[in-house]
Design a protein around this ligand. Structure first.
Ligand SMILES: Nc1ncnc2c1ncn2[C@@H]1O[C@H](COP(=O)(O)OP(=O)(O)OP(=O)(O)O)[C@@H](O)[C@H]1O
Ligand SMILES: [Mg+2]
Length: 235
């Protein structure tokens, strides 16, 4: 499904992403872990087509994202770490706009359902300039679900979300992956990664230093959790 091969990104002489190989299957939740500055956001920006790699390739179902930007963008959604919304649209207008751009049919009921799911229905007709960080983040997550893409890229999706919204987010991830969507998620919340990710990889200074199922990375020591292993690997 999502295949990343020998991906390298240099900024001048500095190598931010160094020969990264990852393979994410259909319906899988993949957690991309690593300390600040490790190269997670840079990798996600390359997958989404925002940044061009120095070398290497990214493909979705065999379609190269660098050579086929339009085709691949139809299959990908990306929620960056800083949520951006158009300030002079209301939430409902924003979702309608997304639905029209991506040619989604019969969207009005879906929009209401999603706004209600995230507790935003009462705020649906307010301008987004009045939305809080968490409300914007939830609206963006709703816009992604509306699109139903093959691959979802999340950069720190739960930062700023209250506990109920985090729970809702996890529910949503489950629903989406059951329908075949693959989720690629950068996160620092190791407890969440341990609970919801089928596979994780740890990146440090641009290089993958561990990858696989959480239980394989932790190993046989029953007293250890992902946080212990992460700190050992990256310190
Ligand atoms: N446009 C850029 N120009 C120069 N260096 C950059 C640029 N973007 C990122 N970098 C560098 O690349 C490295 C990786 O950054 P990146 O944002 O990918 O880290 P990250 O793993 O997402 O970190 P965080 O957990 O803090 O979000 C950092 O050292 C950063 O300073
Ligand atoms: Mg980042």
């Amino acid at each position: 499904m999502l295949k990343i091969e020998n991906l390298t990104k240099k900024f001048g002489n500095f190598t931010a992403v160094d020969s990264v190989n990852l393979d994410i299957k259909e319906g899988e939740v993949f957690g991309f872990l690593g300390p600040n500055g490790a190269g997670k956001t840079t990798t996600v920006k390359i997958i989404s087509g925002i940044l061009k790699p120095t070398s290497g390739s990214v493909s979705i179902d065999g379609i190269d994202v660098i050579n086929n930007p339009i085709e691949s963008k139809k299959m990908i959604s990306y929620i960056p770490d800083e949520p951006f919304v158009y300030p002079y649209l209301t939430a409902r207008e924003f979702l309608r706009f997304i639905a029209e751009v991506y040619k989604i049919e019969n969207y009005n009921d879906k929009i209401d359902e999603l706004l209600s799911f995230f507790g935003l229905l009462d705020y649906a007709d307010l301008l987004l300039s009045s939305y809080s960080h968490g409300m914007k983040q939830k609206l963006l997550i709703a816009s992604v679900v509306l699109r139903n893409p093959k691959v979802m890229l999340f950069d720190e999706p739960t930062v700023g979300l209250d506990p109920l919204s985090v729970k809702k987010f996890k529910e949503l991830i489950k629903r989406l992956t059951l329908a075949g969507t693959s989720v690629f998620m950068c996160t620092h919340i190791l407890e969440m990664a341990e609970k919801i990710c089928d596979q994780v990889a740890v990146i440090n200074k641009g290089k993958i230093i561990a990858s696989g199922k959480v239980k394989d990375i932790i190993g046989h020591d029953k007293d250890k959790n992902l946080e212990d292993v992460f700190l050992e690997l990256t310190s």
